[in-house]
Each structure stands twice: as C-alpha cells, then as structure tokens.
Design a protein. Structure first.
Length: 161
C-alpha cells in the first residue's frame, strides 16, 4: 500500500475534524463581531429593524454553522457547500451594518458623535472576514475530503465486484 492509499483509507475510519474545527472557530469570530457591535450603545442608533434582523441572522448563523460542523465531520457534501455559502454571506455582511454605522453620526447632548470609531470598524471587519474565510476553507476542505472518500469507497466496491 502506498502513502496516498493509506491516507485515503484513514478517511474511512476518522472524522473530518479539520473542517469541523474551522467552522467552530468561525462561530467564535462571529461572536466577537456580535459582541463588538452590540456592546456599543450610541444613543438609540442600533434600535432599528435592521438590528433586529441582524440579531436573528446571528442566531441562525450560529445554529447553521454548528449543524454544518457536525455534518462535515461525517463527510456530508451538502454541509460543506453550505459552509461556503454562509462564508460568502459573511463577506457580504461587511457592507451592511459596519458600513452604515461607520458613516453614521448621532447627536448626544448637543454633540455630534460617530456611531462607530475607525478602530471598532476595522476590528469588526476583521472578525467578519476571518469568519468568512474560515468557513470557506472548512467547506473546501470538506468537499475535497468527501470527494476523496467517496471515490475511494467506489474504488473499493469495484474491487469487490
């Protein structure tokens, strides 16, 4: 047995911990984003329907990614594809609340105050981009390993027949 065949055979008996771990790490970075945005209370800027939708999305995001982390652990192709889609959505999210909050100014006690500082904006963009990158990497690794395992299983079935 050569090294490549041994690595493929190991896939049959092990979990895809790499993709699963990257997905869980993406959730952690999303939580950093979530906390960073909503801990800042600048007047009543964040008391809008958009914030409500964002909170619901964050909850759905975390549940979805956790479910996908379990699915890719067991080499399920659909979950790996879902991770890539959700990762792309993380990149799109950089253009919604962070962009609007960075451009917004509110008046507090007759003083104009920026809703989001440059430092906070940079930090939350990093959180979203890292989260999205981790999800896309987890999905690509998941697809690669799943396809390798499926091809190897078919090869073994053909040898049996």
């Amino acid at each position: 047995m050569d090294d490549k065949q041994i690595r493929r055979d190991i896939l049959r008996y092990s979990k895809n911990k790499t993709s699963s771990g990257l997905a869980i790490l993406a959730i952690v970075f999303n939580v950093f984003y979530f906390v960073s945005i909503y801990k800042s209370d600048v007047g009543n800027y964040y008391y809008t329907w958009l914030t409500g939708v964002s909170i619901i999305f964050n909850l759905v995001f975390m549940l979805t990614v956790f479910l996908c982390s379990e699915g890719v652990k067991n080499y399920k192709l659909g979950y790996a594809v879902t991770l890539i889609v959700v990762g792309a959505i993380q990149f799109a999210r950089t253009q919604i609340i962070p962009k609007k909050a960075m451009q917004a100014v509110v008046t507090l006690n007759d003083v104009e105050t920026a809703v989001m500082t440059v430092g906070q904006h940079t930090r939350i963009l990093i959180y979203l981009i890292v989260s999205g990158t981790l999800l896309i990497a987890a999905g690509i690794i998941g697809i690669s390993k799943t396809m390798t395992l499926n091809a190897y299983n078919k090869e073994l079935e053909a040898k049996k027949a």
